[in-house]
Each structure stands twice: as structure tokens, then as C-alpha cells.
Design a binder for this molecule. Sequence first.
Ligand code: NAP
Length: 489
Amino acid sequence: MSAAQLPEGTPTQLLIGGEWRDASSGSTITVVNPATGAALASVADASVADGAAALDAAVAAQESWAAKPPRERGEILRRAWELTIARRDELARIITLEMGKPLAESLGEVAYGAEFLRWFSEEAVRIDGRYTLSPDGRSRLLVLHRPVGPSLFITPWNFPLAMATRKIAPALAAGCTSVLKPASQTPLTALAFAAILLEAGVPAGVVNVIPTSQAGAVTGPLITDDRLRKLSFTGSTPTGKRLIRDSADQVLRVSMELGGNAPFIVFEDADVDAAVEGALVAKLRNGGEACVAANRMLVHERVAEEFSRKLIARMAGYVQGDGLDAEVTIGPLIDEATRAKVSGLVDEAVSEGATIALGGAAPADTAGYFYPPTVLTGVPQHARILSEEIFGPVAPIVTFADESEAIRLANASEYGLVAFAYTRDLNRALRLAERLETGMFGLNTGLVSNPAAPFGGVKQSGLGREGGAEGICEFLETVYVGIADPLAS
Ligand code: NAP
């Protein structure tokens, strides 16, 4: 295996009904390594007919999968977890090659992504219901849960494994079959993971994978097909809104994990060194290409100089390059369009008065899509970089004078995925937990993602939760049975 090669046997065909096949049209998608701009592989490019075949397969497999005892579903998931961990090096290599993040981070994604399989293997046997007396004592209320049914998953490129396992694992646990359409830039990880599922014993048709270059044309007919019962999407807010509209016709159940604009708030009583370390994780993990990335550094004016100085020193120490190189700590952005967007937001902020304290210009001499760790100070509050998702390694710093201003600034966004805050004041921390408009809150930590916790946002960051006990509910229908008082007869 040469330096930039995929592991031998990495699948490149569609998985439909348990069979690997080429696209019916014969077309392929070229997957590019963002660190070099070079072609990495050709992957089958699903047509509209292939999409229909994938849904047919999921529908055909639904009844028998739902009828499988929960313990057996859980054991298959457990085997998938074991195999994913056993193949961690191969999977991490594929992630780095097609997405760009450093190998150590790809290994972290494999561990995180695999954990959804283990978590939901345990949840599969805990799907419960209840039998209660009605308040007037004259009847009984039976509540039970059953699988929603065939589901469509559409995932982004930034966590090509974890965004797939976060949906597939709870669906399998609940007894749902699925069609996965991975991002066209990173289909290889999803296909390699699908091979693991087959090996773990997932029956033919229960999970189908259809990379395509025509996302809307291929998934559109599935979303309006009344055999589909659930759409779970992770991606940008504009695409999510469009999919919600498309789902309205058949009142399709949707889960939406959309964009974010996380505030990272550092109060005057914070441990500034700890806040800097947390900021590095919240900002630079995944090169800033994460929905939970800190988008705005809101720092109390009394500690702003110290925090900025220390953050700049630490961010300057990152080594950017090809994620396969062991010394590299930050990789490229996913493509030229993303780099142009990041660079445009920085240039615009500077033209409105911000100062570049670190980075601020893409290197001219590399083939990959690199943009350096960048810190902006003195960013005016109306700058677009504070209201749009940056999706790159840029930390704009804004100062505030008191807690109420910090909360006002933090909540001044149509997004509400996650907020981070550093403070040693317990009452303030609890006030923040009650007042920040967010689905998740990181208190004295820069990382909240955890398969055992409900991940998701409020406002335009989405609908529904993934992970935790809540994650499986997204794939369950609630059925209530009203029963006449059995003691009265
Ligand atoms: P995107 O452009 O919305 O794409 C996401 C997925 O949707 C891809 O598979 C894409 O396919 C597909 N897609 C695009 N247009 C579609 C259409 N008309 N119909 C059906 N599918 C369509 O987002 P992205 O740039 O890849 O991902 C980054 C975004 O994801 C960011 O906004 C980030 O915050 C968000 N994200 C959110 C979470 C969360 O949990 N809240 C987690 C990770 C990422 P193609 O690849 O073929 O375009």
C-alpha cells in the first residue's frame, strides 16, 4: 500500500439488497483527496432507478427485521461494534484520505462512531411501554412502541463514519431498515462500514447504501414514496429546510441535525488556561468543520487580552498538512468552495475593522485545500463571520462587559445547536443552562458529543435528537390502546 492508497478491498459499488452492484447507468463519482487535490477512487454513482431499488429492498426486509428478537438485533450491533473497532486503522485511513482530517482524529471518529453501535446494542433490549390505570379508574391505558419502518438517511462529509452510525445504529436497534445516501465527497467510509454490517450479520436489504452525484433527483422520489416512513438528515440548514418542505406532502417523520453557530463564552472568573485548551478542542477539532465548532469567542473584557494571547500562541503551534503524516495536527478543508467561503468571511471581517492576529491567508503553493489556523480580534458585532457558520479554523474574538450582554450576544443567532461557557460560579452556570437558547451546553468543556447523550439543536439547528435514550425514540411509533376495566366484567 503506497502512501495515498486506500486499504485493499475498500468497496466502491452500491449496496442494494445485500449485493454489491455498479450503478445501473454505469456512471461513477470521482472521490478526491482534499490534501492533494488528486483523484482517490471512482465510486458507483446511483441513478434514480438505483434509489428506487434500494427502497424496494428496505421495504422488503422491513417485516422480518422488525420481527427479529431485540436481543438478536442487539447482538448483531454488538458484533458490528467489535468489527469496527478491529478495523479501526483501515477505517481511519479511509476517513483521512477522503475527508482530510489527521489520522489521530480519524481514529477518534472511529471510536466515537463505533460507540453508537455499542450503545444501541444495549438499548435494543430496553424498548419499553406501560400499562396504567386511567385517572378515573374505569379503564386501562396500554402504551407500546413499534418500529417506524423503512428510513432514509442523508449524511454530510465532515464525519463520514459517525454521522452514519448515529442513524443506522438506533434504526437497527428499533427494528427499522434503511437506505443511506452518504455525501458524494466521502462515500468510501460509508461503503466500508456497510461491508462491516454485512459481516456482522445484518441481513440483505436491511441497510442499503447509495452514493450519488444527484442527491435531489435520487432521494426526492423516495421522500414522496408512501412506503418510506422516516427521513433523518444531517447537513446544512438550507438543505434541511428544503427536505422538510418535501416531506410535508406525506407528513413524513423527520429528524434534522442542521447547522450551528456556537458561542464559546469565557467569563472573568474562568480558569483562562483551561478555557484556552477547551477553545482549541471546540474550534480546531475536525479543522473547524464541525456543526458543534465554536463559531464565536465571546470573552469578558477583563480576561480578553490574556485569553487571546494564549489562544494565539497555542493555535500557532498547530502543524498543517496531509493528515497521513504523523506530525500533522490540522488537515485541509474539504474543497476549494469551502476554502473560498472561509477566506471570504475573514477578508470581509477585516474590511469592517477586525484585526488578523494569526493566519488569515491561504498558502499559495499547495495543491490541497489548506487554510491556516486564524485568530481575529476586534471583530465588529455586525460582521457576517459572527452570524454565519464558518466551517473552518478561524476564531473571531468579541468582548463583552457583563453576563447579560454575554447571554444576549450568545442568543443573537437563528441557530441553537450548542453553547460553551467557562466559569467557576455555580449559580451563573445554572443561569446559563436555563437561559442560553441551545440544545446542548458545554460547561467548562469544549466537547459535548457523547453517544450516551441526546445530541441535537433548537431553533434552526434542527429537530429531534440522536444518541442517548432519546436516540431510539426517533425510530419508534407510540401506539396507545384504551382498554375497558377488566375488573368490571
Ligand atoms: P449539505 O450540503 O446540506 O449536504 C449534506 C447532505 O445532503 C449530503 O449528503 C448532500 O449530498 C445532501 N444533499 C444536498 N442537497 C440535497 C438535496 N436537494 N436533496 C437531498 N440531499 C441533498 O451539507 P454539507 O456541506 O455537506 O455539510 C455541512 C453541514 O452539515 C454544516 O451546516 C454542518 O453544521 C452540518 N452538520 C450538522 C450536524 C448536526 O448534527 N447538527 C453534524 C454534522 C454536520 P451531496 O454530498 O451529493 O451534495
